[in-house]
Design a protein around this ligand. Structure first.
Ligand SMILES: Cc1cc2nc3c(=O)[nH]c(=O)nc-3n(C[C@H](O)[C@H](O)[C@H](O)COP(=O)(O)OP(=O)(O)OC[C@H]3O[C@@H](n4cnc5c(N)ncnc54)[C@H](O)[C@@H]3O)c2cc1C
Length: 394
């Protein structure tokens, strides 16, 4: 049976990134991916901060489609909070190319990538794990890194902690839009996207193409696709969608509520598999890559020390929690308030936040990767908001 230093389950962006980190060190790595092609199907809005390139040494070439300078947030009754406009806050990426470039790098450095190979069965043996794929490939490794997405099979097999909740998405690539390419549109409301929000993101510099979509929570009355269709009829959102053409449908799920114990003997969970996702926006690329660095470092140490015990791998959990984990935990607290707001409350907050003094604060402190940085300065500027928040949680 083929033996590897590390086996990665899943060739999404997080699995691809870690595979490259380990392959660069010349370890014998296998990546198993159930899909036929990397990055397809693409289920992502593709909005990331420039940190994704700067912090992780990923080149922007061929990946960046557009740059976003601000956002227009629409309340259920049509009030608009307009933020930013002054500088680039986010980048729109071609997610398929992004995933492909990461895995190509790993392959160039020697990683063995097996497509259409779903990891079906995992058996715990005395020294490590034996894996069997849908193509009857058998292999053995002392270290398994599960980057197998929101509904991680590895997490389930080993009865590890589950995310607190899942959001379910529906969306599409659109052509024929007539948008200001600098601004994304966000729509909130219980008839628009219960428990989350809908978005329109211009995907080219002309504003003639966009990604439109939404996520809803489990208790939503209708299916995500129903809410998606409604965006084209709703009086607030439809004005941006008239006379457009749907090119391709998108879907997907987002896990929320960081899994704190993300390791076990011989196993580490990473990316969506560990719900390393910002609960306020559903963005998982930046936090997933941040934790992927820790995961790779601990994997390299484990291989060097030949120690794959939970006791050794727990360093990974500590690093995640000490760094990006803190922000994700704070984000989930904010989400717990947000998801229960009525349309009336959403309207009221958006009107309050539109005060020019508050917009100034949002523009100064707003950061899509660290939204909690905004809380204190906003409360300082508008203590009344804190009262409103406390009232809405009662
Ligand atoms: C609608 C929507 C919009 C989003 N928008 C954004 C955004 O704008 N910005 C952002 O940062 N994030 C966004 N996200 C989140 C982002 O897409 C994820 O956080 C990111 O894809 C996580 O990467 P990953 O590698 O952990 O998991 P995935 O990308 O899910 O990759 C997991 C891979 O594992 C494979 N796999 C699963 N099980 C097995 C198995 N048993 N054997 C072999 N292979 C397996 C899957 O086929 C998949 O390729 C969005 C998500 C959704 C659903």
């Amino acid at each position: 049976m083929q033996e590897y230093d590390t086996v990665l389950v899943g060739a999404g962006p997080i699995g691809g990134f870690i595979a490259n980190k380990l392959a660069e060190k010349k370890y014998n790595i296998a990546v198993f991916e159930k899909n036929k092609q990397i990055g397809i199907p693409m289920n992502c809005a593709g909005l990331v901060s420039s940190r994704v390139f700067e912090n992780f040494g990923i080149s922007k070439k061929g990946i960046v489609q557009n740059e976003i300078k601000g956002a227009k947030i629409h309340s259920p009754s049509g009030n608009v909070l307009s933020i930013g406009g002054d500088k680039t806050y986010a980048t729109v990426i071609n997610r398929t190319f992004f995933d492909q470039i990461l895995i190509e790098k790993a392959e160039k450095n020697g990683a063995n990538v097996f497509l259409e190979n779903k990891i079906d069965k995992i058996f715990r043996k005395k020294e490590g794990l034996e894996l069997r794929t849908s193509k009857n490939t058998n292999c053995f490794s002392r270290l398994l890194i599960a980057a197998d997405g929101p509904f991680s099979n590895v997490r389930k097999t080993f009865e590890m902690q589950e995310p607190k909740e899942f959001l379910y998405g529906a969306g599409s690539e659109l052509s024929g839009t007539n948008l200001d390419p600098d601004f994304v549109h966000i729509f909130v409301g219980n008839n628009i996207a219960p428990g989350f929000f809908a978005w329109i993101i211009p995907t080219n510099k002309e504003g003639t193409c966009a990604r439109v979509g939404l996520c809803v929570n489990k208790n939503a009355k209708h299916s995500p696709k129903n809410y998606f269709n409604n965006l084209f009829k709703n009086k607030v959102s439809s004005t941006f969608l008239d006379d457009t053409k749907i090119e391709k449908y998108l879907g997907g799920a987002i896990p929320l509520g960081l899994i704190k114990k993300n390791f076990s003997d011989n196993i580490m969970l990473v990316g969506d598999a560990a719900a390393q996702v910002k609960p306020t926006s559903g963005g998982g690329i930046f936090p997933g890559l941040s934790c992927a660095i820790f995961c790779s470092d601990v994997a390299i140490d484990a291989i060097k020390c030949k120690d794959f015990s939970a006791n050794f791998l727990k360093k990974y959990q500590k690093l995640c929690l000490k760094n990006v984990g803190k922000e994700l935990v704070k984000g989930y607290r904010f989400r717990s308030i947000f998801k229960n707001l009525s349309d009336k409350q959403l309207d009221r907050y958006i009107i309050k936040l539109s005060d020019p003094h508050i917009v100034e604060v949002i523009n100064e402190y707003g950061d899509i990767d660290f939204p909690s940085k905004l809380v204190k300065p906003i409360i300082r500027k508008a203590p009344l908001l804190l009262k409103l928040i406390i009232k809405s949680t009662k």
